[in-house]
Ligand binder design. Sequence first.
Ligand code: ADP
Ligand code: MG
Length: 321
Amino acid sequence: MSTPPITPPAVPAVQTQALSRAYGEMKALEALDLVVNRGDLFGFIGSNGAGKTTTLRILATFLPPSAGSAFVLGHNVVSSVNEVRRLIGYMPDFFGVYKEMEVTEYLDFFGACYRIPSSKRDKTVADVLELVGLTEKRGALIGALSRGMQQRLGLARVLIHDPQLLLLDEPASGLDPRARIEMMAVLQELQRMGKTIIISSHILSELQSLCNRVAIIERGRLIYAGPTQGIRSQMEQGFAFLIAVSGDVPAALEICRRQPETLSASLRDDGRIQVRLSGDTPDPSGLAAALVGGGLRLTGLREEEVGLEEVFMRVTRGETQ
Ligand SMILES: Nc1ncnc2c1ncn2[C@@H]1O[C@H](COP(=O)(O)OP(=O)(O)O)[C@@H](O)[C@H]1O
Ligand SMILES: [Mg+2]
């Protein structure tokens, strides 16, 4: 019998260890520990000034950290600048567009910068244009493109050397809903192709259906990192249910308050009772039984939908933890 080959553990796409950055007295990033796995479409979320751009610029080798370390596919971003730059495509939050240039000319120029031989460049340019859905605009002047198209052209530019990791700093900011959806569709396609993508945003809901994992930072510190679905259970203080009864509502409220798993119960303006229950997977059946046992007719019971955006607002206002 042969022993199975030992496969070395795969290095993550990105790993930071106690990564910190100060601008003078101002601590923009404080001891950030982050892991992004290969193949992730990773949402990097935080309000303005949270430290997103600082982190992405460090990963892109354009800003040295003050302390701590960062690795891209196992390469240190400080000591292996050239290797890292070959592996990444970095799209900054603001980049100049060459309005007087044609789309193809622009991409050809960047292809030349990456030393793609001219014999291959036409095909490479055509491929990235196809990917971002701009084939029909190949002869257009950049200045004549819509903002959404210019953003997708920016994406095409960072794809030209076929990088494994994309660092995209708020690529959807300022786009109208349709342009945003088109951008997100391109990112999903890139993920299917096997790219790892980090996308930053100050709007959590923008990323909640797109990303499989997210990190939330606030004032340079990590608040949450993990699966997108895990944000709610980790950050909410209990789950809320909305209950409707016909009959003696004050009596129903009293019964809700007496249940051992109840954290809080209150009457809403619409006549329904909002009850917060403790536990990771709270079960409202005990509560329902108590109400029915108390002689009340239960006409509605459902979990309250709390948008991720609200959770995010609560967290960044410091209302939880
Ligand atoms: N070059 C700089 N000089 C001084 N302070 C800076 C500089 N760049 C960023 N900052 C500060 O660092 C903090 C983090 O900024 P940034 O990384 O741009 O956040 P985000 O991208 O999340 O909005 C902010 O308080 C910002 O004002
Ligand atoms: Mg920023």
